[in-house]
Ligand binder design. Structure first.
Ligand code: NSS
Length: 429
């Protein structure tokens, strides 16, 4: 197999040939320095006029930014190079001389970059973010498989809503109405009754009218659901899970994190247990900080940021008012005006990354909630069945992948944490 740049360290002293793109070229008289990338990494190729065939020198000179080529050369160690290696070029076979590349190495405006997202993802920063995203995805699967969970795939086209009707994406399903999934949760509850501990990992859709740095229209969610697990154990699993993912990225993506100048000390600290405060305490804390908020109101982004500032790890906010939370959340038996739920707020202002709860398992209470929320018993008959045939205490949660990537990579806006973001007013490219 041809080596990749990421494997080049195993080829010191040897001649290799691999495919690459020209990222940048500098020349000083009789030497050309080619910054080459192959997607797996970057390496500097050195072309010395006196040591190569004149055709090789000419080929190097003709390469424009993002031209594609096969390069041949000898690998040598080079302490000063970011990758630790350099390539003494002996051959260049151009595949294509690229037209003038729209993204130069200088700064560009966000809208311009978003219009060229298909090319922008080639740049080192975007590559680092997307590599870490891939590592996070791998760590998610590892964590759940290691802990005996089964992966279950809920449908994307659904006849009903899971998280309220205001953000539903409507489509036609032949003659019926259908909606793109906002959350796989309700189906995952059915799956937990069949397989015990399950998780899903898929795209979810919300027609959010919000244009914030934390909202996407299409985002990926990891949704575990567990039979015989109560609120308390649900939180323990969440802190173990989030810590596993963060530590795994620290282990495998040092180079990318350094490139992004991420303060890794803050990430090293992400280990269980996570601090917990109740909604009541959070309201108190916000009032002390001068926020205008009353019991019964939901938190906005500035509130979440203010709460997170008081902690150096992700923090759980538990026991929200029943009134402002989803219909399926189980009320606290000692205090039915609040539910057995928690949101996990990431540190450093990255906002809520998890929403989860223990679910109502009593059939009567579920029917009562259906009435209160005006939900059709007919449309959700299958969901109500779960409370009729061997109902059990169960809990689950949903982690938003892009907000997690934003936090771990230290990226300001979620639009850079997904290859092709779907945003309010943006469906291209
Ligand atoms: O609405 S959530 O808080 N909860 C649910 O959907 C539950 N049904 C999950 C469950 O218990 N199985 O969304 C969960 C997370 C939330 O904390 C965010 O991290 C993320 O999903 N999320 C989003 N990320 C990006 N963009 C948007 N619009 C978005 N909405 C939620």
């Amino acid at each position: 197999m041809q080596p990749t740049i990421s494997q080049i360290g195993s080829y010191v002293g040897k001649e290799v040939r691999f495919g690459a793109w020209l990222f940048n070229r500098r020349s000083s008289g009789k030497i050309q320095f080619l910054q080459l990338r192959d997607g797996t990494g970057f390496i500097q190729g050195v072309v010395a006029k006196n040591d190569v065939d004149p055709q090789v020198w000419e080929n190097a000179r003709n390469l424009t930014q993002e031209s594609s080529l096969y390069v041949t050369g000898t690998v040598r160690e080079e302490e000063r190079a970011p990758s630790g290696y350099e390539l003494l070029v002996t051959g260049i076979e151009p595949i294509q001389i690229a037209e003038k590349y729209p993204i130069s190495l200088k700064e560009h405006g966000t809208e311009f970059l978003m219009d060229h997202r298909h090319l922008w993802i080639r740049s080192p920063r975007q590559r680092a973010i997307l590599s870490i995203r891939s590592q996070i995805i791998q760590a998610v699967h590892e964590f759940f498989y290691q802990n005996g969970f089964k992966k279950v795939d809920p449908p994307i086209l659904t006849p009903t809503s899971a998280e309220g009707t205001t953000t539903l994406f409507h489509t036609k399903y032949f003659d019926e109405d259908a909606y793109l999934s906002q959350s796989g949760q309700l189906y995952m509850e059915a799956a937990a009754m069949a397989l015990g501990r399950v998780y899903s990992f898929g795209p979810t859709f919300r027609a959010e009218k919000s244009k914030t740095r934390r909202h996407l229209i299409e985002f990926w969610m990891i949704e575990p659901e567990m039979a015989f697990v109560d609120h308390e154990e649900n939180l323990k699993i969440q802190e173990e899970f989030v810590s596993y993912v963060v530590q795994d990225v620290l282990k495998h993506c040092r180079r990318e994190l350094n490139f992004l100048t991420r303060d890794t000390a803050k990430l090293e600290n992400v280990k269980p247990p996570f601090p917990r405060i109740t909604y009541d305490e959070a309201i108190q804390l916000l009032k002390e900080k001068g926020h205008e908020i009353e019991w019964g109101e939901d938190f906005g982004a500035p509130d979440e940021t203010a709460i997170a500032e008081s902690f150096d790890k992700p923090v759980f906010i538990t026991h929200y008012p029943t009134e402002i939370k989803a219909f399926y959340m189980k009320p606290d038996p000692n205090r039915p005006e609040v539910v057995l739920c928690a949101d996990l707020i990431a540190p450093e202002g990255y906002g809520e990354i998890i929403g989860g709860s223990q679910r109502i398992d009593e059939p009567e209470l579920m029917l009562k909630r259906f009435e209160e929320h005006g939900l059709s018993k007919k449309d959700y008959q299958w969901y109500l069945d779960l409370r009729k045939y061997g109902t059990v205490p169960h809990s689950g949660f949903g982690l938003g992948l892009e907000r997690t990537v934003a936090w771990i990579t230290g990226t300001e806006h979620v639009r850079e944490t997904i290859p092709f973001p779907r945003l309010l007013n943006r469906l291209y490219p």
